[in-house]
Design a protein around this ligand. Structure first.
Ligand SMILES: O=C(O)CCC(=O)C(=O)O
Ligand SMILES: [Fe+2]
Length: 216
């Protein structure tokens, strides 16, 4: 199934438009925002964490229960994408909330996780850029890949895109669509740029490799 959704020049990047319906998006966004899990702030951006926290020293997930209402989505993601390892389920979910003009610095998700991630987008659209790491250190010139992330879409990446590239979102009021690799999946009237008007919410779904259960 994923074969039909491969985009761009990097191996193992897939973009699925309308992975969830508008109704599912609304219900999920309400639950995420209203649930009692507290928001934290990172560089002005708001975050919520589900499934526990990764302990700095042991690099293990101090596991906390995931909300029951997230389970059907997580099962669906592992079944459809198999990006968390063969037969494996994700155990960690991050909610990011971006006001218009906010972004996320180019970064790597790192070795604590199985090297595959799903990002579900809700609310305002944006563009994510992948930049290759140089063998000599630092970042290569230019961007390897840009993907428009429309609301209700699912981005999946692993392998080369996960391990050899950094990904980020420009902190900019407008996101040009020039050169995005998933143009074929966008509405014909998408225009030349995306201008977020409201907040964007994204769910970053991953599997932390080492787990220390506090549930017992
Ligand atoms: O909001 C996004 O689409 C990206 C989030 C991300 O890269 C992360 O949580 O590591
Ligand atoms: Fe990331």
């Amino acid at each position: 199934m994923l074969e039909d959704f491969r985009v761009g020049s990097l191996a193992n990047v897939c973009y699925i438009p309308d992975y969830i319906t508008a109704k599912e998006e609304q219900r999920l966004a309400e639950r995420l925002c209203c649930c009692k899990t507290p928001w934290t702030e990172v560089s002005g951006r708001r975050l919520k964490n589900y499934g526990g926290r990764v302990h700095d020293k042991s690099c293990a997930l101090l596991q906390a229960p995931l909300p029951g209402w997230l389970e059907p989505l997580l099962q669906r993601l592992s079944r459809d994408t198999q990006v968390f390892g063969p037969g494996q389920q994700p155990n960690h979910v991050l909610l990011n909330a971006y006001k218009p003009g906010q972004g996320i610095m180019p970064h790597q998700d790192g070795p604590l996780y199985h090297p595959g991630v799903c990002i579900l987008s809700m609310g305002s659209p944006t563009v994510m850029h992948f930049t290759r790491k140089c063998p000599q250190g630092g970042l290569c010139e230019g961007r390897e890949l840009s993907v428009a992330l429309m609301p209700r879409s699912l981005l999946i990446f692993s392998g080369e895109a996960y391990e050899q590239c950094l990904h980020g979102i420009d902190a900019a009021p407008v996101h040009p669509l020039h050169g995005v690799c998933n143009r074929a999946f966008l509405d014909r009237d998408a225009g030349q740029e995306l201008m977020p008007e409201g907040e964007r919410f994204s769910l970053t779904v991953r599997r932390v490799l080492k787990v220390r259960s506090l549930l017992r």
